[in-house]
Design a protein around this ligand. Structure first.
Ligand code: ATP
Ligand code: MG
Ligand code: MG
Length: 349
């Protein structure tokens, strides 16, 4: 049988490994950390740094195709890997989503709407950006941000200096604050022959920058549902994408705005594990392995709730519930703000 190589050993890599195993694949996870969620379920764990060229070569040689669970893979590592085995989704999808500025330019050029934005490389730039974008606004580092990290909120001009300081000199982008009516996301997949399939959009609630719940179906007009599907398909087709992508959207009175895209399976798609015949993890493995896409139609109403930090105390109670499907990541240490697992509350069978 073939082996799928997965870059990154977190919970997404773990759930990709489980899905791959169900389809009869073996998995090899490349991850610098030792005791990581994916290492417990993958067939092989290659524990090495992304700077270790011979380890990267060994990894690539041992697999048939390479995918990833996070977007911040160093370019040098990609060069080494891609010379040996195909990487899906493509380098181009990574290049664009690794940098918020490049991503916003890309989406704008596709004719999609994003929040007003401006590039910021200095405090002086930030003053000019505030004049252009207006207040309130959010300053975000271009690279490496997740779960709301690397962001500073600006309410007044007095926030300019401290906000720039908080970026620690990193190239950043200022975004106008969007007073959205709700946040939704669409998990979209594109197969090897170009077919596109989208999951039903979910409604997302964040707390402190971290996803708290995703509810499906999202309560939105049918026209917005269509807009979300068409917009996601436009992004996937433009990239000749192969795999699953998460597209985060703001719903506003003027329609949908794209917040960000993630070239991988996405936390807001975890509901698909108990709401669809083929979940986002299997869908991604199918695409990457050259299989046709599977049936992603939704057959239940679900509230996906992340179990963050001390939420783990509720596991014994949740384990007794008839309509709670638990997914735990096997992380040894509970930490504040750390995603430990999630539960899919099934609202209608
Ligand atoms: P993720 O873990 O999703 O990758 P991230 O660190 O990349 O998170 P964003 O998605 O940019 O962060 O922002 C996190 C949340 O902050 C958003 O889901 C939204 O609730 C809020 N937010 C971000 N940008 C804006 C904006 N321009 N206007 C209003 N709210 C925003
Ligand atoms: Mg992000
Ligand atoms: Mg986000």
């Amino acid at each position: 049988g073939s082996t799928i190589g997965i870059l990154g050993g977190g919970q997404l890599g773990r759930m990709l490994s489980v899905a791959a195993a169900r389809l009869g694949f073996k998995t090899c996870v490349f991850e610098p950390a030792g005791d990581c969620p994916a290492s417990h379920v993958a067939n092989y764990h290659l524990q090495a740094s992304y700077e270790d060229e011979s380890a990267l070569k060994k990894f690539a040689d041992s697999v048939d195709v390479i995918t990833y669970e996070f977007e911040n893979i160093p370019t040098s590592a990609l060069d080494t890997l891609e010379a040996i085995r195909p990487i899906h989704p493509s380098r181009e999808a990574l290049r664009i989503s690794q940098d918020r500025l490049i991503e916003k330019d890309f989406l704008t050029n596709l004719g999609l709407t994003v929040a007003p934005y401006a590039h910021v490389n200095s405090e002086e730039d930030l003053r000019a950006a505030v004049a252009k974008v207006g207040l309130p606004a959010i300053l975000k580092t271009c690279r490496f941000g997740y779960d709301g990290k690397g962001q500073a909120r600006l309410e007044t001009e007095a926030d300019i200096a401290p906000a720039w300081e908080a970026m620690a000199g990193a190239p950043s982008v200022l975004e106008g604050f969007i007073s959205f009516t709700k946040e939704i996301s669409i998990i979209a997949a594109r197969g090897p022959s170009g077919e596109v399939s989208c999951y039903d959009p979910g409604e997302n609630v964040h707390e402190g920058g971290i996803l708290r719940t995703t509810t499906v179906p999202a309560v939105i007009p049918a026209s917005l549902r269509t807009d979300a599907v068409l917009l996601a398909a436009r992004v996937l087709n433009a990239l000749e994408y192969v795999g699953v992508m998460g597209v985060e959207l703001f719903v506003t009175p003027n329609g949908l705005l794209v917040n960000e895209i993630a070239p991988r399976v996405h936390n807001s798609g975890h509901w698909t594990q108990n709401g669809c015949t083929v979940d986002q993890f299997e869908q991604h493995i199918r695409a990457v392995a050259g299989w046709p896409l599977g049936n992603g139609a939704r057959h239940a109403d679900i509230v996906m709730e992340n179990l963050i930090g001390d939420d783990m105390d509720r596991v014994p109670e949740l384990a007794k519930s008839a309509d709670a499907a638990l997914h735990l990541y096997g992380k040894a240490e509970v930490k504040k703000g750390r995603k430990m697992g999630h539960v899919n509350h099934i609202k209608r069978p």
